[in-house]
Design a protein around this ligand. Structure first.
Ligand SMILES: [Zn+2]
Length: 104
């Protein structure tokens, strides 16, 4: 008999100060990675789903971001240079492929 299933892991990657798209406050946001792993006999073998999201600590709004966005946010937090180059940061809720945040 083979027992298999999945197990979810939550990693907090960074805490970023971002302007929230929902409440509009320059609040701390946690950047999280959620990994779902395939398990066999309760032993996690390999991840088959990885998702990234930021959550506003002020209002609790969670927003999914792509891996690229998550990496860029992390790099930005670490280095504090480069990053968002393009003009035209929209206000409020844009489509998800747009940059979701502005630097305060
Ligand atoms: Zn918020």
């Amino acid at each position: 008999m083979i027992i298999f299933g999945t197990k979810g892991y939550l990693y907090q990657l960074a805490i970023l100060t971002l302007v929230c798209g929902r409440c509009g406050n320059p609040a701390a946001h946690t950047l999280r990675k959620r990994v779902t792993k395939f398990t066999l006999f309760f032993v996690p073998l390999f991840p088959f789903s990885t998702k990234y999201a930021t959550q506003c600590t002020f209002c609790g709004a969670e927003q999914q971001v792509t891996k690229e966005q998550a990496e860029r946010l992390q790099a930005q937090e670490a280095g504090g240079q480069g990053g968002f180059g393009g003009p035209g940061g929209g206000q409020g809720h844009g489509p998800s492929q747009q940059q979701p945040y502005q630097r305060p």
